[in-house]
Design a protein around this ligand. Structure first.
Ligand code: N01
Length: 627
């Protein structure tokens, strides 16, 4: 830590994080009284609007304390008292954090170190009882690996069955050009295994795949995984109180519990258009990208303008001869100028050298993407305006409309095509740094919003009868999100079939358990997707804690089976449906992958993150029938 290093780092610091991190160098938070509390804006720079004089003062104070810390031999004073930590939380959040959030956020802050964040649920049972409790986990993506490593910690035998040849799930399957995460990476990481060495603020798919592979390796998970193997059927054997899990290899595994970690976005969806399959040239889905097809100079047609197409269109637009992008519904764009940026050197230096800077920065990312934004996507019954569901949602709409308009001042013909008619939040908002519209404005790119009638051998036929010729056809048409667990067959008590029970409308208690399907759990199951708030890894961590708690209940009580009570399950789903109807994504008339065929929102969690955290600390035995 030379003085020059320190000075350079504070210049590039996130000021609110820097200011609160000083508390760990001094042992108190008294200095915060000398600064205004940050005030954040929609899509501001995140520095909290501190006046330049205060920012300069914050930097010089931090530099001074860092030098003093170095000169003391980098010894930290005792941890600041709880009141000081609380003052830091309120300061960095720019708000008095409501009391119910404090334990939740304190855990997320992880001041006791990453080990304390590990998902340890100790099971108090003799080794033989544990050995007699094999678990099958389906899928070795982000959630399946998490389940696996917590089973290692719990000391239970388990097998992970993975259809692919490697771990990584979505980050293995999606290899289209430009694939990357759209949640800040210092948040989109396991709470206990953030290696803090992300090259980009939002990493690309290969880096994410490497991260999950590293977690699999460092926790010895590969030896538990059956690669290139599918679960075809899971059947509850009531006489033996076990699941019989039939694999594509022909083998049948026996398990006391099954945990599905196959996610919601793993089965590619092709459009329901006549002629799909008739196209004469190469055609593939974004999640099955055919890198053997050379797009250079070709006429390429892309169907869909969701998150996947949004990422690959700008990547291929410069190479192809001509690109026709077929749009049914435009996305809202969230301004994110640093979306493709490397982690700035100053940020990395502060993460590496300043105690707890990384924790606070993650805390800030967490808070900014937490429940504060929910208010902007919740319906106001009194509101009657068009294209929005409340005054604040309309304010967001205006800001986002202005943002899109600012990018097409030179192409007014595009404006009406690019402004969504639906309220912000009704569909996934996409992070944007300008490359999407930049690509659409290229002379070799057409954005076609006339409905597609059918696919024909020579290209795409529009409702008007015009055929847009193409050499290559790419489907950016998403996934069968509401068809949870297809194509597996799951048969529970009394021969009950899970898909028949759901009848196209998947439901579960807390997204994880279903009446009639004992000891069967789902991670990222029904109603656990989040639209605007947070990282899905957080949700998976909550689910895994809960599921492990359920296994603990079973083993410690020496019980054979647990299923949620039907009335508990039903009451929960009634609450979920009522709450989803109040959210932007519940708006009638807006179709999205968040809804099942019946139009019910079967994917999304409508409540606050803190509610899921509270609900999943441990299962309440009163919610279950334990046998
Ligand atoms: O799929 P989508 P996706 N004619 O379902 C269109 C995650 N993800 O793969 O909106 C014309 O969103 C359809 O039109 P419409 C993320 O959660 C994350 O892009 O239904 N168009 C839509 O435009 C995301 O939300 C990242 O009217 C047709 C598109 O196809 C989720 O995955 C990156 C059509 C499908 O969009 C799914 O995204 C990528 C037809 N007949 C994905 N049928 C990250 O950044 C469908 N469409 C982490």
């Amino acid at each position: 830590m030379t003085d020059a290093d320190i000075d350079a780092a504070v210049e590039g610091a996130h000021i609110p994080s820097l200011l609160v991190a000083i508390a760990h160098l001094t042992g108190n938070a008294d200095h915060l009284r000398d600064f205004d509390r940050p005030v954040y804006e929609f899509f501001g720079d995140g520095q909290g609007n501190l006046p330049p004089e205060q920012q300069a003062r914050a930097r010089s104070l931090a530099a001074e304390e860092m030098r003093a810390h170095r000169d003391r031999g980098a010894k930290l004073p005792p941890r600041p008292p709880e009141a000081a930590i609380r003052a830091c939380m309120d300061f960095i959040a720019g708000a008095d954090i409501p009391e119910p959030y404090v334990p939740f956020l304190t855990e997320e802050l992880a001041l006791d170190g990453p080990e304390a964040r590990e998902l340890r649920v100790a099971i108090d049972a003799p080794a033989a009882a544990k050995a007699d409790f094999p678990v099958v986990v389906i899928g070795a993506g982000m959630s399946g690996l998490l389940m696996g490593l917590s089973l290692v910690q719990a000391g239970l035998p388990f097998t992970i069955v993975e259809a692919n040849a490697d771990v990584g799930g979505t980050w293995l399957a999606n290899q289209y050009p430009g694939v990357r995460v759209d949640t800040p990476n210092h948040l989109y990481s396991y709470s206990f295994a953030d290696d803090h060495a992300w090259p980009k603020l939002y990493s690309t798919g290969d880096v994410l795949h490497g991260y999950f592979a590293k977690v699999a390796d460092s926790h010895g998970l590969r030896e538990h995984i059956r690669f290139n193997t599918r679960v075809e059927a899971a059947t509850w054997d009531a006489a033996a109180s076990v699941w019989r899990v039939r694999l594509s290899s022909g083998e049948t595994l026996t398990a006391r519990a099954v945990v599905s970690a196959v996610g919601q976005l793993n089965v590619p969806k092709y459009p329901e258009l006549p002629g799909v399959g008739d196209f004469a040239g190469p055609a593939f889905h974004s999640a099955r990208w055919d890198h053997g097809v050379n797009l250079t100079g070709k006429r390429v047609a892309v169907i869909g303008t969701g998150a996947s197409a949004f990422q690959f269109v700008p990547e291929i637009a410069g190479d192809v001869g001509h690109l026709s992008v077929f749009q049914r519904t435009p996305p809202w764009l969230g301004p994110t100028p640093d979306y493709h940026d490397a982690v700035p050197a100053a940020t990395q230096w502060l993460i590496d050298h300043v105690p707890f800077y990384a924790n606070w920065w993650r805390f800030w990312l967490f808070w900014m993407l937490t429940d504060g934004i929910l208010g902007a996507v919740t319906r106001d019954a009194e509101w009657s305006g068009e294209g929005a569901i409340s005054a604040v949602n309309d304010e967001l709409r205006q800001a986002l409309t202005g943002y899109i308009a600012s990018q097409v001042e030179d192409r007014p013909d595009l404006l009406s095509k690019l402004i969504p008619a639906y309220p912000p939040g009704a569909k996934r908002m996409l992070r944007d740094n300008g490359v999407w519209i930049g690509a659409l404005k290229r002379p070799n790119v057409d954005l076609i919003d006339e409905p597609v009638a059918r696919i024909v051998p020579e290209g795409v036929e529009l409702a008007s009868g015009r055929v847009v010729g193409a050499d290559v056809l790419i489907y950016g048409t998403g996934f069968h999100a509401s068809d949870f667990l297809v194509p597996m067959t799951v048969t529970g008590e009394g021969g009950r079939d899970l898909h028949a029970t759901w009848d196209g409308d998947a439901r579960a208690y807390l997204g994880m358990t279903m009446p009639g399907f004992p000891n069967f759990f789902t991670i990222y199951g029904p109603n656990t997707n989040i639209v605007v708030n947070g990282s899905i890894i957080f949700f998976s961590e909550c689910s895994v804690t809960y599921i492990l708690g359920a296994l603990k209940l079973l083993i410690e009580a020496d019980a054979k089976a647990m299923t949620p009570k039907q009335d508990v399950h039903d009451a929960f789903n009634t609450r979920v449906d009522a709450a989803n109807a109040e959210m932007a994504w519940g708006s009638p008339g807006v179709s999205s992958w968040y809804k099942s065929k019946s139009g019910r929102v079967s994917q999304n969690w409508p409540f606050a993150l803190v509610d899921y955290w509270n609900a999943t600390r441990a299962p309440d035995p009163a919610d279950f029938e334990l046998r």
